[in-house]
Design a binder for this molecule. Structure first.
Ligand code: 2YG
Length: 272
């Protein structure tokens, strides 16, 4: 799981309006609508706005990422929920949030990033939510994925969640991971759910054969301009971005990629 850097999120909260406008331009849906879709919820849950949310900075492990808590709070606030960042960190922050009546808590250490609804006990994991969120966006961007071939690159937590969300909407999924046993494991999970998926042995030919791609791996710049045609659509939750800078102009308005927005928004709707 890639650890974000301050540079990845420093300008995030201030840029949400522009980010949302770009998302609407690419998918026809707002961040809120995509997140609601991904969580299987209607976005008209105005009553939900009464929920108060707290983001708790966690100092354990590699410690605080500057602007991380502010970015998470910025996204949740942008969706219309009253959101605070606790003054205290770690356990003190949890106590502060509960004593101040917050009902939904967001917290992340080096290995786990969750949203927790104190009233219902519901928990949303960022990796799982991010995979479903990006597929919900891709469905809108592609005008549906039923019967369409989709390549999922990376069989980690986000790739697994994305692949399962894709087969559930009727997409024909191919999996590529640099670690073939990981692709096998993911294929096994998909079969357990009553679906099937192909395993792509070679990335070059897999990229040549697929116009619709989910980049859920931490590798940078491996999707070259030659892999991008006017039909190419890419959902790239992976950090850093897999699309080479030279190829960005070719895919500008058919590329979903952000460090936190879609995943965090989906986590909110998951725990409502
Ligand atoms: O509270 C803090 O500031 C830190 N304890 C946060 C640590 C977060 C570590 N995790 C990551 O940076 C990412 N896995 C977050 C999710 C990125 C999704 N694209």
């Amino acid at each position: 799981m890639t650890r974000l850097k301050q540079d990845d999120v420093a300008a995030l909260a201030a840029g949400l309006e522009e980010y949302n406008a770009e998302l609407v331009g690419m998918t026809g849906c707002s961040l809120r609508e995509i997140a609601a879709h991904a969580a299987g919820k209607g976005d008209r849950e105005d009553g939900a706005r009464k929920f108060s949310v707290a983001v708790i900075p966690m100092t354990c492990g590699q410690g605080i990422i500057e602007s991380f808590a502010e970015s998470v709070a910025g996204i949740v606030n942008y969706l219309g929920f009253k959101t605070v960042i606790t003054e205290n960190r770690d356990v003190g922050g949890v106590a502060e949030a509960v004593q101040n009546g917050s009902e939904i808590l967001f917290m992340a250490d080096d290995d786990c990033f969750i949203a927790l609804n104190l009233r219902t006990g519901k928990v949303s994991d960022n990796g799982d939510a991010t995979g479903r969120g990006y597929v919900a966006g891709l469905v809108q961007m592609c005008g549906g994925l039923k019967g369409k071939n989709v390549l999922v690159i990376g069989a980690g937590p986000v790739g697994t969640s994305a692949a399962l969300a894709l087969v559930r909407v009727g997409a024909e999924v191919s999996i590529y991971d640099i670690d073939p046993p990981a692709s096998q494991r993911l294929s096994g999970k998909i079969i357990e759910e009553g679906y099937t998926a192909k395993i792509a042995a070679d990335l070059e030919s897999a990229l040549a054969e697929h116009a619709i791609v989910v980049d859920a791996c931490p590798a940078e710049g491996f999707i070259m301009p030659r892999h991008i045609s006017e039909k190419t659509m890419i959902a790239a939750p992976g950090i850093p971005l897999g699309v080479q800078a030279a190829g960005l102009a070719r895919i500008s308005n058919r590329l979903l990629h952000d460090p936190l927005q879609i995943g965090v928004a989906t986590m909110v709707f998951d725990v409502l």
